[in-house]
Design a protein around this ligand. Structure first.
Ligand code: GRF
Length: 250
């Protein structure tokens, strides 16, 4: 059971003072007066590694949100952007604002497990507090989850648990759903099955059936970007608790 940390009550409380990078990985809730010292000085921004596979508009929304208010006020900074393929707009977006990037391709590794280990190593090199899978079209494996389970966030373009997988928009449309949307959730060892953090609803229009869901996906992505920016900021600023399937942000 490689991600058992998701099955127990877990409180992730980001330290306020000092270099306590790993001390937030707590398995018990903090007690009043027993947590880290809360100083009047602002907390250091949490470190985000963002993973992408395509156009990277969700990444861009995070970049823009942090740029707009500053990493201290937002609560987080992007320290690197990783991808499972080269030559994508998502990497160009990162490079254009001077963010470090890395590419970890499945086909460059003898096995899927070795790819997963290499991805985990590449991400770990940037010592992230949170990993954000923003349109990253790969399922991470045991090694990755052993290191980043409980702090990897994914965004999915459907209202989970309905329509998981790579074709969430198309599948909702084909099913005849009248509403769909997006889900921001923690990653576990299933396909889009981890504890849900937040969801937004998008109405399906009759005309959406004409273009195979392209316009619907664009409408979903508009709300998805806003939701992701809001959720990541709240997680970073406030910490969070995962109790079974229930996620709460104080
Ligand atoms: C998003 O809708 C995401 O949920 C899905 O792929 C899309 C990625 O968009 N997995 P972008 O690359 O952030 O523009």
């Amino acid at each position: 059971m490689p991600v058992s940390l998701l099955t127990v009550e877990r409180f992730v409380e980001f330290p306020v003072l000092g270099d306590m990078k790993h001390s937030y990985d707590r398995t018990k809730p903090s007690k009043p007066g027993k947590g880290p010292v809360v100083a009047s000085s602002p907390a250091a921004p949490k470190r985000l590694v963002v993973l992408v596979s395509g156009s990277g508009t969700n990444l861009q929304a995070l970049i823009d949100a942090i740029e707009a208010v500053g990493s201290a006020a937002y609560g987080a900074e992007i320290v690197a952007v990783g991808a499972d393929r080269g030559g994508i707009a998502g990497l160009e977006r990162a490079e254009s604002v001077g963010l470090p990037t890395f590419v970890c391709r499945v086909q460059d590794h003898p096995t899927r497990e070795e790819w997963d280990r290499a991805l985990a190593e590449a991400v770990a090199a940037y010592e992230p507090d949170l990993v954000i899978s923003a349109g990253f079209m790969k399922i991470v494996g045991k090694e990755f989850l052993a290191r980043f389970g409980g702090r990897t966030v994914n965004t999915h373009p459907a209202l989970l648990p309905s329509f998981p997988g790579a074709h969430g928009v198309r599948d909702a449309l084909a099913y005849g759903a009248k509403v769909t949307g997006c889900t921001v959730h923690f990653v576990d060892d299933g396909v889009d099955t981890g504890p849900i953090i937040a969801q937004s609803v998008v109405e399906v229009r009759d005309e959406d059936h004409a273009d195979g869901g392209a316009a619907l996906h664009e409408r979903i992505k508009e709300v998805e970007r806003q939701l992701l920016v809001e959720v990541v900021g709240r997680l970073a600023r406030h910490g969070y608790r995962i109790e079974g399937r229930k996620v709460s942000i104080p």
